[in-house]
Ligand binder design. Structure first.
Ligand code: CA
Length: 226
């Protein structure tokens, strides 16, 4: 994968570059937020590893700008341990996942590879669909009802993709965690509910009465239009 690594602490940045290069990736480093935005918009990457605390532009602002310039670009954010607020904010502005610092090299490499596998399912063919008046282009991570198109995160597109693909049946929260998040299904199923609530705000006509992604009591969720 071609990875943009954004980290201002030089020891950590060089460590990440060595680690990922050693694992066979093509790595481009950036030492501050402005450099990250410049490189990330000028060139194409498979993934961005983005530190939250950065000089010049912080990670949140970098995330926002990269999201606007390159909607489908997967962003993995590095946040300080225990800073719940940072995680929530990061995910809100469009980071697809986060890793908390400090991390072991093996852990980070495993997370990057797993994240890459999930987001690399980028289809060769366009993935467009229409559901209850909402048109979605999953390849481009966009959804549109009346008015301007909204951007879906890579994970939201992943949720839609998985539910649609398995529309003949209901899908459990654990299955979504495993297949879309790439984490064991025993962890935080509440995460799934929060993500679906956000997604419904973007694609449903009336998020309080969803028709595209419906809840299935005692199981999880299902594509509502099967
Ligand atoms: Ca930093």
């Amino acid at each position: 994968m071609r990875i943009l690594v954004v980290e201002d602490e030089s020891v950590l940045r060089e460590g990440l570059v060595d680690l990922l290069t050693g694992a066979g990736h093509d790595v481009v480093p950036a030492a501050d937020g402005q450099e990250a935005v410049d490189k990330g918009t000028a060139d194409s990457f498979d993934m961005v590893l983005l530190d939250l605390m950065l000089p010049r532009l912080d990670g949140i602002e970098v995330c926002r700008r990269l999201r606007t310039a390159r909607p489908g670009l997967p962003i993995l954010m590095l946040t300080a341990k225990g800073s719940e607020e940072d995680k929530v904010l990061g995910l809100k502005v469009g980071a697809d996942d986060y890793v908390t610092k400090p991390f072991g090299v093996k852990e980070l490499l495993a997370r990057v590879e797993a994240f890459g596998r999930r987001v690399q399912v980028a289809p060769a063919e366009p993935e467009q669909m229409e559901a209850d008046g909402c048109t979605m282009d999953l390849g481009r991570c966009q959804a549109q009802r009346e008015g301007p198109a909204v951007t879906l995160t890579a994970r939201e597109a992943g949720i839609v993709r998985w539910l649609h693909k398995h529309r003949a049946r209901a899908v459990s929260r654990a299955e979504l965690l495993e297949q879309v998040w790439g984490v064991p299904g025993t962890l935080e199923t509440r995460t799934v509910d929060m993500a679906i609530a956000n997604l419904r705000q973007k694609i449903e006509r009336d998020p309080a009465r969803p028709k595209i992604i419906v809840s299935v009591k005692g199981v999880g969720y299902a594509w509502g239009l099967a």
